[in-house]
Design a protein. Structure first.
Length: 402
């Protein structure tokens, strides 16, 4: 279907906005995403959304679709699966929609993009959050970090990752499609995503971290930890890591290796750690690769998903003790922040990402989330500054008025 708009950016905004309006009017679920370094946006709409709990972790049994799993499944926040019955894609390099599209846009052809954007914004403004979310004060966060350091020094924990929320107002002329396209341009190496369902509400984000990927016989996961601002024309050369950050990343890598040991998997390839750029920040990253055919482990994706989540990068070590600490000390509901999201069995590939650098949109507000990895060498004030940087990754785009 050829698009008649004269500007490529306007064409893409119109298509994305049209699909969101279609989903909203039908009370359907929708997921929009662009994979890291990809040249197309993918969109699915599901008018028959269902939540089916932990069974969603059996990846091989699922039809093509998009998964959104909360940090901790509960009666309030269930794992959801948006099936790819209605699939569309937009070529970021051209001025057309791919031939794969199955949606009919005729009802929106004569509707201005600004009108569609207003309908989406009005819907977001009246949407109610199902999360018990409150703004985290600096004093409260620093107190939590101090308690975490004390617990680590006493030997109860090796690492823990407390998080915070930051609330900003939804701009009066907020344009969801425009923000999504801006994130795609600003962060080419991130998983740009936006999803909505009656169960989850609106989320938008730019995640830097792959939880698992399976394609053919190949399994992949990563350890991502340590954070600093990318500086200069060549930030990779300017990076200097402290012992605290190196140890933090090593703990995440060790966590993955321990998961391999639990299933007696010894044949894997580890690359790193190396410095990587993600959305204006630098992180230390190690990559892990497994040949599922050579190891005779075709179900490795589902098995590792169950073992890995929640990873030490967003929870801590040991897992059970870290979870207990967070449930006791965090004053807000993480909901789908630090859960996992992504396309499943699309083009014979499954890639799930940790839901980081994300925001929830509801009730004329934008709720930003960020966490910090606490070790024995952490400095509370610096951890607060790190969470501020992380919130700003997408917050700067969400609160900018056109």
């Amino acid at each position: 279907m050829e698009i008649t708009n004269t500007k490529t950016s306007t064409s893409k905004e119109h298509l994305i906005s049209s699909l969101f309006v279609k989903a909203i009017r039908k009370n359907a679920a929708i997921a929009v995403w662009r994979k890291p370094k990809a040249s197309k946006i993918e969109i699915i709409i599901d008018e028959d959304l269902h939540a089916n709990g932990e069974s969603l972790k059996e990846l091989d049994d699922l039809p093509p679709g998009f998964m959104a799993h909360p940090f901790q499944a509960s009666a309030v926040h269930s794992p959801i699966y948006i099936k790819a019955g209605n699939y569309s894609s937009i070529d970021l390099k051209g001025n057309h929609q791919d031939d794969e599209q199955s949606e009919d846009f005729s009802e929106f052809e004569n509707t201005a993009t600004t009108v569609l954007a207003t309908e989406i914004r009005n819907f977001i403004s009246t949407a109610k959050s199902k999360s018990n979310t409150s703004t985290t004060s600096k004093e409260a966060f620093l107190t939590t970090v101090e308690k975490a350091i004390a617990a680590i020094k006493s030997g109860d924990l090796y690492k823990v990752v407390p998080a915070k929320t930051k609330c900003i107002d939804l701009p009066e002329n907020f344009d969801l499609a425009s923000v999504f396209l801006t994130l795609c341009e600003a962060y080419p190496n991130a998983f740009i995503n936006c999803f909505y369902s009656e169960n989850t509400g609106f989320y938008i984000g730019a995640s830097p971290e792959t939880l698992i990927r399976t394609k053919g016989d190949e399994f992949f996961t990563m350890a991502l930890a340590g954070t600093q601002i990318a500086k200069g024309e060549n930030p990779l050369k300017n990076a200097a890591w402290t012992q605290k950050e190196i140890e933090e990343q090593a703990l995440v890598s060790r966590y993955i290796v321990d998961c391999f040991k639990k299933i007696r998997l010894r044949e894997y390839k580890e690359i790193g750690p190396k410095t990587t750029v993600a959305g204006g920040l630098l992180h230390l990253k190690s990559e892990f690769w497994v040949d599922m055919s050579a190891t005779n482990f075709p179900q490795l994706g589902s098995v590792m998903l169950d073992l890995l989540h929640p990873t030490s990068a967003i929870c801590g070590m040991p897992k059970d003790q870290a979870l207990e600490f967070l449930q006791s000390e965090e004053s807000f509901d993480r909901a789908y922040f630090s859960g996992f999201i992504g396309p499943v069995n699309m083009d014979e590939e499954t890639t799930l990402y940790v839901n980081l650098r994300c925001a929830m949109l509801a009730n004329k507000k934008i709720w930003l989330y960020a966490g910090a990895g606490i070790t024995e060498d952490s400095v509370p004030e610096k951890e607060w500054e790190e969470t501020e940087m992380k919130c700003n990754i997408i917050g700067q785009f969400l609160q900018t008025k056109k």
